[in-house]
Design a protein around this ligand. Structure first.
Ligand code: AHM
Ligand code: MG
Length: 346
């Protein structure tokens, strides 16, 4: 008989392995529930304008909201009542959200991007939710920014949900990466991708090449190298959805490198450390890949503010390391440069 492992069963097994208390499992389970509700809203997004009434109410009698704000509310309303959090931060909220006085406080913080890539939603392109969990560092009382501004390396769990041709929930608690596919017939996330490992070398690269003229010489040279027909192992092909979760997910499984570097207009790029870069860096490292600003490991960055942006290069380990070499080399004065390092073999 075919064995099925649901997301909740997997959380419980992880929980036993970690010797964790029920808090953690029930927090992850709540995120899984929110993912199902957001799936429903994303799947109906194109119909809302048709089903909603003229004064902009949906079929549930609620005022219609932009989907990213709706996803934000849904997540907050699902995770906060668990009583396992001391503070929440979201890409959609300016400051941290304290836990209301009438809800118990717990030992964890949650940072999330409720609907990443939401500018794509009107065009039926995949979008996603990204989350990051830390254990609080202040001893007691309401959670503070210090509890959220922790290095990515200390995350106790991170994950994403991709609302694609199917919905997938991918997460790690620091012992591998596991992917679950939502079976809509039973309403459960079912383990479909146990112990995901990303290939060592990229077959594809993902970046917004419209920014090329503003990139540093090191990034330009590296992207030229990725496209080069004489590249060791052959040129990479280009794939860019413009939804980070979708690009990341494809690259994780197929082997790829994603770049959103800083440029002359936006020196820190576009993506946010707490809600996007750090959780995906945690996952890619757990899958055998690498994540870097080009000069520094993403997981080593000490955040200084909630909405901090970072240049982001992540994916197959050898290619990210090669990007770092190109950046270092371009920043080294010509006289001090040695011969160009040979391309890493596949
Ligand atoms: P968002 O969080 O406002 O949706 O922005 C993040 C998105 C990412 O999903 C994607 O990688 C990036 O923006 C695309 O940006 P660009 O259109 O500049 O290429
Ligand atoms: Mg985002």
């Amino acid at each position: 008989m075919m064995h099925i492992t649901t997301l909740e069963q997997h959380f419980l097994a992880e929980h036993r392995r970690l010797g964790a208390r029920g808090n953690f499992t029930s927090l992850l389970t709540a995120i899984g529930v929110a993912a199902k509700v957001i799936t429903r809203e994303v799947r109906r997004a194109g119909l809302n304008a048709i089903l909603g009434t003229a004064d902009s109410q949906n079929t549930h009698g609620e005022t219609q909201q932009k989907l990213d704000l709706l996803a934000n509310d849904l997540l907050c309303r699902t995770v906060i009542p668990t009583g396992h959090l001391c503070a929440v931060a979201s890409e959609e909220m300016e400051g941290l959200l304290p836990i209301p006085d009438d809800v118990p406080r717990g030992p964890y913080t949650l940072a999330f991007d409720p609907l990443d890539g939401s500018s794509n939603i009107d065009y039926n392109v995949s979008v996603g939710t990204i989350f990051s969990i830390h254990r609080r560092i202040t001893p007691e009382g309401p959670g503070t920014e210090a509890d959220l501004l922790q290095r990515g390396a200390t995350q106790v769990a991170a994950g994403y949900v991709v609302y694609g041709s199917s919905t997938m929930f991918v997460y790690s608690t620091g012992a591998g990466v596991f992917g679950f596919t939502l079976d809509p017939t039973i309403g459960e996330f079912v383990l479909s991708h146990p112990n995901i490992r990303t290939p060592p070398r990229a077959r594809m690269y993902s970046t917004n090449e419209a920014n090329r003229d503003r990139w540093s010489p090191g990034i330009r040279d590296f992207v030229d190298e990725l496209r080069s027909p004489i590249r060791n192992g052959g040129a990479c092909t280009s794939r860019y959805v413009g939804s980070l979760v979708a690009d990341f997910h494809r690259n994780l499984l197929a082997g790829g490198i994603f770049l959103y570097p800083g440029d002359s207009k936006n020196p820190n790029g576009k993506l946010r450390l707490l809600y996007e870069a750090a959780p995906l860096a945690f996952l890619v490292e757990q899958a055998g890949g690498r994540a870097s600003t080009g000069c520094e490991r993403i997981l080593d960055i000490q955040p200084t503010h909630l909405h901090q942006r970072v240049p982001l290069i992540l994916g197959c380990a050898d290619d990210v390391a090669e990007a770092e070499q190109f950046i270092r080399r371009a920043e080294t004065p010509a006289a001090a440069r040695g011969p160009r390092a040979p391309s890493l073999s596949r």
